[in-house]
Design a binder for this molecule. Structure first.
Ligand SMILES: [Zn+2]
Length: 732
């Protein structure tokens, strides 16, 4: 009672302030910019903690509108839709004002916002709980607030679920910053869901920064309803599956932040104990060879959501100790279960390790330097030729000038000679000149000897056996000897670097990709392209878009890999020709006739008759390289689903993409790959290891989609996570 009475006045105040915003200027509520968002959250920071966030921040109409905007995705090549307003959301979807009041009172009925879907009877499995659009807005609003509070507090090696900190950024760090890895291990969690004790832990951790029992209570209820879940060690994060929400990612990061800090502390301690020498800090006698071999002990870490990779440049024993303490921390402090069979250390050089869907191995630098292409060699030769010609021209010009000067002198002397009737030789002058030169050179030598640096440089070059690099000495030796010496030096440098330096090679798991290509049916048992029967009922343009979606996802995902060429071949050859063969079989035409019609670039006429290209052309694929830094989505969602338009005309519904108000929709039935192939995704032998699958309960559900968003789904840019799956319908 006392509790209630204490809180009542607060609510009244909130109500008044919200009402006043709504009454006075309902049109003025706008989505928040980042800075406004930050100051809104920070204005509730008192006594070291954030207070009453749910009431005053999450519940604020402008923040809810920001969340709506974040959820809406529009196709990049279409005109942007009109901005959402409180009114437009309230008329078409649900009342944001009402939601705002409910949140302020913490009286949102979470359970009524969840829809449970059950798998088809033939296969028993767990139910799938999905949030409706209103609950998705709440989840996003909570995520936005947590992001403002926590993003600066996460360590630099915490990737995933953060802006500009995705898989490609993590790989760039591994490639560029990790030196001489010797041992490494990845932490694999035992497949486990977050249970209530973990949620209690999480709330304690959140409570360290957030003093708001209402917000923590809401988060707890989200877990209880199973609408937010964290499955560590599973394959359900970051793939665009319908049950994913961005809130889980940030909650994982909060949960593991204590672990990150522990590792960070350890890294800094190791760095302090094993300082790196700069070359000029070493004693003169120690440079040369020893600086090449000097390797300070280092620990590196990368965490992408629940995937953890720890690398050391130390000994095996030291790495085993490190692994044991990491496992101990995760199990004892964080109450997580680590799969000890898989969490073992590996030699970085002789064993590859899987991380974020890619394979890593430590190799000598020369392995990574790819041989030059024909074109590059030709360009280099041309450049050398041009340089030689320019040098020649310069030399000729110099010669010409010197001759002219000489002629002038000659004519001058000749004139004098004629005027004075013969020379008078005076040898005195030669001695004087010699004297002047001697004093000059003495000065120069004195100056040299005064400078310690100069002397040290001479000493270094002479004592290091390196005198052949001295210009003065080189000029006096035969050209062949100097060239041979230079060549030898180059080889030595390369070999020493190759023997001592190790860097990380990142590869796409090409065997798994080939297995996926075969499982889906892009190729036959001989590895040759074949048609896909699943897609034959689609329009030509949709068949091409489906292939383009799969191909582009793969190209995006693996563009940072050193064997990107192999992935390109799979797309450019296997997928392209499988698409051509599917089109050929659909139209009962020959392969050649199909290529003549669509060309190899798979050109197709769009709605307005203009030719359009969706599948990346051979040339485009050839030019692709490592340039993406956003977090790429794995191909799972695009590869394991096809949308097939219903033959019957259903009444128009609103599009199921978030906040798309279009009603010129058609119904599309979801066909899942696993049902088409009759393969259980949990069967590791038949399914592709590490590849996720869309939940069985969505098989044969029908989604109303507008043409723009349908195209986006086909192209793999929109996933089921971006659709309101609770608005799907059953049509017989
Ligand atoms: Zn739409």
């Amino acid at each position: 009672m006392l509790f209630n009475r204490l809180r009542k006045p607060k609510f009244a105040a909130v109500k008044v302030s919200l009402f006043s915003t709504l009454q006075h200027a309902p049109t003025q509520v706008q989505p928040l910019e980042k800075s406004a968002l930050q100051s809104l959250v920070l204005s509730h920071y008192r006594h070291g903690k954030f207070q009453s966030l749910l009431q005053n921040v999450v519940a604020s109409p402008s923040l809810l509108l920001t969340a709506c905007h974040n959820l809406r995705k529009h196709a990049p090549d279409t005109p942007p839709p009109p901005p959402l307003t409180l009114e437009s959301v309230s008329t078409h979807y649900f009342s944001l004002q009402e939601l705002s009041f409910q949140l302020a009172k913490n009286s949102v009925d979470v359970e009524s916002c969840c829809i449970s879907l059950f798998p088809a009877e033939s296969r028993k499995g767990k139910r799938l709980v999905l949030p409706n659009l209103k609950l998705k807005v709440i989840l996003e609003a909570v995520r936005i607030v947590l992001e403002v509070i926590y993003d600066d507090r996460f360590v630099t090696f915490c990737y995933g679920g953060r802006a500009n900190m995705g898989r490609h950024t993590a790989i760039r760090y591994l490639k560029n910053s990790v030196e001489n890895p010797s041992w490494w291990f990845g932490v694999k969690f035992d497949d486990q869901l977050f249970e209530s004790r973990h949620v209690d832990n999480l709330c304690l951790m959140l409570g360290e920064k957030i003093d708001d029992s209402d917000l923590l209570d809401l988060i707890r209820r989200l877990f209880e309803c199973k609408v937010v879940s964290v499955d560590l060690g599973g394959v359900c994060i970051g793939r665009g599956l319908p049950q994913e929400c961005a809130l889980s990612s940030i909650l994982i990061n909060v949960y593991l932040n204590g672990f990150d800090k522990e590792i960070q502390e350890l890294r800094l301690k190791t760095n302090r104990e094993n300082p790196r020498f700069k070359e000029n800090e070493l004693e003169p006698g120690e440079t040369g060879s020893s600086s090449v071999f000097h390797k300070p002990l280092k620990i590196y870490a990368v965490r992408y959501l629940d995937e953890i990779l720890i690398i050391t440049s130390g000994t095996k024993m030291m790495t085993i100790d490190l692994k044991n303490s990491v496992v101990r921390f995760l199990e004892q402090e964080l109450d997580l279960k680590v799969d000890r069979q898989i969490t073992v250390i590996h030699s970085a050089v002789s064993e590859k390790i899987e991380f974020m869907g890619m394979e890593l191995r430590a190799v000598a630098p020369s392995v990574l330097r790819p041989p030059k292409t024909e074109k590059a060699i030709r360009a280099h030769k041309k450049h050398l030729r041009q340089k030689e010609v320019r040098l020649m021209e310069l030399k000729n010009a110099k010669e010409r000038n010197r001759k002219m000067l000489g002629m002038k002198l000659m004519s001058h002397v000749f004139k004098k000679l004629k005027q004075s009737n013969g020379f008078k030789f005076d040898f005195q002058i030669e001695n004087e000149v010699r004297e002047i030169f001697r004093t000059w050179s003495d000065d120069v030598v004195q100056e040299y000897l005064r400078s310690v640096d100069e002397r040290w440089e001479w000493h270094r070059m002479l004592s290091g056996g390196d005198f052949l690099s001295l210009r003065r000495i080189r000029d006096q030796l035969p050209r062949e000897l100097v060239d041979a010496y230079d060549n030898f030096q180059l080889q030595v440098d390369k070999t020493v670097e190759d023997l001592t330096r190790r860097c990380i090679k990142v590869e796409a798991p090409i065997e798994l990709i080939r297995k996926a290509v075969k499982m889906v049916g892009f190729t036959n048992h001989m590895g040759r392209p074949r048609p896909l029967s699943l897609l034959m009922v689609l329009e030509d343009i949709d068949i091409i878009k489906w292939y383009a979606g799969v191909g582009r996802r793969w190209l995006d995902f693996y563009c940072c890999c050193h064997n990107f060429r192999s992935v390109k071949i799979v797309i450019s050859y296997h997928l392209r020709f499988s698409c051509i063969l599917t089109l050929a079989e659909k139209h009962e035409a020959t392969k050649l006739a199909t290529i003549r019609h669509f060309t190899k670039d798979l050109k197709v006429s769009g709605a307005d008759g203009a030719e359009e290209v969706y599948f990346p052309s051979e040339r485009e694929i050839k030019m692709m390289g490592d340039r993406n830094l956003w977090d790429p989505m794995p191909v799972d969602g695009a590869l394991t689903m096809a949308l097939i338009r219903l033959a019957s005309d259903e009444p128009h519904h609103r599009c199921t993409a978030h906040f798309c108000s279009k009603t010129d929709t058609a119904f599309y039935r979801i066909h899942l790959l696993q049902n088409h192939l009759h393969v259980n995704p949990l069967d590791e032998k038949k399914w592709v290891r590490g590849m996720g699958a869309i939940h069985d309960s969505l098989q044969r559900k029908c989604a109303p989609l507008c043409p723009d968003h349908l195209s986006e789904v086909y192209m793999g840019r929109l996933t089921l996570r971006d659709l309101d799956c609770t608005a799907f319908v059953d049509v017989d």
